[in-house]
Design a protein around this ligand. Structure first.
Ligand code: ADP
Length: 588
């Protein structure tokens, strides 16, 4: 309560009133006392100057009779101002014995020698009066020191006056205090109300509510404070809006950036984790997560980061992904609000791509090296032998060289086709084609080869079959490759059945053989470049391992699919599906 400004002001003003009243009181009492003393002295001096001789003569004539003396003195009661509080005393000038006094009026007769009386007994007029003494008195020797006449005032009147003044002062004080309390309350209100308003607004601003501002009513210091406060609130509001805008931008960036981002506090507890990071690590953000839970296999300590304060780059595997993680400290090593920030790039695809590119280059080199070595070897043999070689062997050698060159040509041709498909440089010359005709053309071309292998090659077509929109040469290449595989990887006495039918808006060409089949685990890899299950057989039959890869690319460029099902030692079924061409509009 006392801590409020209002109460302090009330108290200060009250204390002020009390002190003023006290000072006024003391001054008044002192002045009245001083006035009384000087008045008493003056009255006595005037009286004795005027009537001193008369009184002395009168008293001398009494001849020591107290009663007569009293009578003489009573005659001067008016001049001496005798009353209930002021009395005269006549003492024996030598013994100090009280001989006479103002009879009857003296209710509290004075019976002790005052310093002034003692002085008068010594022959001097005693008129020393001190403000603190409980009485005023004068004493003077009479009749050559035979008597001492003393007038003693017991200050009764002064006391009454002082008391009256005191009660008046007390009432004024009460009134003054009441007025002071009221005034100070009003004054305090005029000061504290705006301050309270300011405090309330400041509280609201601290809670983020900028909707209200205190009124800048007065031109005084409080008005200036309110103005300054409002200016400050405006600056704060716009700064906060700016900061919020920036934070929103950062939040959006944080939410939608492709890179993963995780921030940890000094205690290792997680602070933030964006959706990309959650996807990469296969974790869900939870405030209880710690650094070691998020990166259980990370062998980097915080001390390693703090050492040079730089960013550390780590390759990290988690959740079947390969991540490149950049770790750095934020907020400074000594800051309480700092921590560790991890930025993650998912390099799984890139790594796979890199390794398949490396594998591809290795495969190409390998595939070309074998025929090249053969060509070189046989050529060297022919050159070394000169004319010493029989014509049959020469023919066989040249045949080998021819076959190997042919193989290399095949490989290079297939690689070129693939590269064209990769870079989208192969323009498909689309035309509406009847599937039956295409399949029939290919099978009839393959019939002799199949027969040579001791195989039966059969076709069956659903009729009518919708046309397809395709590049004839490319589609023939795909179907020929699949049928040729069914023949190549077959056994003597086996069968190859080629069928075509329409299915869900697509036309399917299915090639079923009773050949050697493909192990289940190899099926997903059949469409990889240079992937061959039976390498020796493929090579022997002039295969490059690129046929199905090319087939897949071409079929996909036609918005179609190619699918392989197989049972080892039982046979394989390859199905190619191409969307049917839109039916021609009937002429009206
Ligand atoms: P290749 O030129 O070697 O035939 P492909 O890409 O056409 O290359 O085929 C890839 C591999 O898939 C072949 O080497 C072969 O091992 C296997 N393959 C393809 N078709 C069949 C099939 N009908 N029966 C068994 N294996 C097959």
């Amino acid at each position: 309560m006392l801590k409020s400004l209002q109460m302090k002001l009330v108290l200060i003003l009250m204390l002020l009133v009390i002190s003023v009243m006290a000072v006024v009181g003391i001054f008044l009492v002192n002045s009245v006392t001083a006035y009384n003393i000087s008045d008493f002295k003056q009255q006595m001096a005037d009286f004795f100057a005027l009537r001193g001789g008369e009184v002395e003569t009168g008293l001398r004539a009494c001849d020591g009779d107290p009663q007569a003396m009293t009578q003489v003195m009573e005659a001067y009661a008016g001049g001496l101002g005798l009353d209930d509080h002021r009395n005269f005393y006549i003492l024996d000038g030598r013994t100090g014995e009280f001989l006479a006094s103002s009879q009857g009026r003296d209710e509290t007769p004075f019976r002790e020698l005052t310093p002034n009386m003692t002085a008068a007994m010594g022959g001097r007029t005693g008129q020393e009066i001190t403000a603190l003494a409980p009485y005023f008195d004068v004493a003077l020797p009479l009749d050559g020191g035979a008597y001492v006449l003393a007038v003693v005032d017991d200050k009764g009147e002064l006391d009454e006056l002082t008391w009256t003044m005191f009660t008046i002062l007390l009432r004024s004080l009460m009134f003054g205090l009441a007025v002071a309390a009221m005034l100070s309350f009003i004054l305090a209100k005029t000061i504290t109300n705006p301050v309270e308003n300011l405090t309330k607004t400041a509280d609201r601003i601290a809670a983020g509510d900028f909707s209200q501002r205190p009124q800048e009513e007065s031109a005084d210091e409080i008005g200036a404070l309110t103005r300054t406060f409002n200016d400050m609130a405006n600056v704060l509001e716009s700064t906060l809006a700016e900061v919020n805008g920036e934070r929103n931008k950062l939040n959006t960036l944080f939410m939608y950036m492709a890179e993963g981002m995780v921030a940890f506090g000094k205690n290792g507890r997680i602070l933030h984790m964006n959706p990309a990071a959650q996807r990469m690590l296969g974790l869900e953000f939870g405030p209880e997560l710690t650094y070691t839970q998020v990166f259980p296999n990370m062998e980097i300590e915080e001390a390693d980061l703090a050492e040079d304060g730089k960013c550390i780059e780590i390759d990290y595997a988690a959740n079947k992904r390969i991540l490149k993680i950049f770790l750095t400290l934020f907020g400074g090593a000594d800051s309480e609000n700092g921590g560790i920030m991890a930025v993650m790039h998912d390099v799984t695809e890139q790594t796979k791509l890199d390794s398949s590119r490396r594998e591809f280059v290795a495969n190409v080199s390998h595939e070309l090296r074998t025929p090249l070595t053969n060509v070189k070897g046989y050529t060297e043999t022919l050159l070394d032998a000169g004319d010493d070689i029989d014509p049959q062997s020469r023919r066989d050698f040249l045949q080998v060289i021819y076959n190997e060159s042919d193989r290399m040509t095949h490989i290079v041709k297939d690689l070129l086709t693939l590269s064209q498909l990769d870079y989208g440089r192969m323009d498909l010359r689309l035309a509406e084609l009847p599937v039956e005709m295409i399949v029939a053309n290919i099978t009839s071309a393959m019939m002799i080869e199949a027969k040579n292998q001791g195989l039966t090659l059969e076709t069956s077509f659903q009729r009518p079959l919708p046309n397809i929109l395709a590049d004839q040469a490319r589609l023939e290449q795909v179907i020929a490759n699949v049928i040729s595989n069914a023949v190549k990887y077959n056994r003597s006495g086996g069968r190859v059945e080629v069928s075509a039918f329409s299915e869900g808006g697509q036309v399917a060409v299915r090639v079923k053989d009773t050949g050697i089949g493909i192990p289940q685990e190899d099926i997903p890899r059949l469409f990889e470049r240079f992937y061959r299950v039976d390498k020796a057989r493929s090579r022997e039959r002039g295969g490059t391992g690129l046929g199905l890869a090319i087939a897949k690319e071409i079929v996909e460029q036609h918005n179609g699919t190619i699918e392989v099902e197989s049972q080892l030692d039982q046979g394989t079924v390859v199905t190619i599906r191409i969307p049917a061409a839109p039916a021609p509009e009937e002429e009206a």
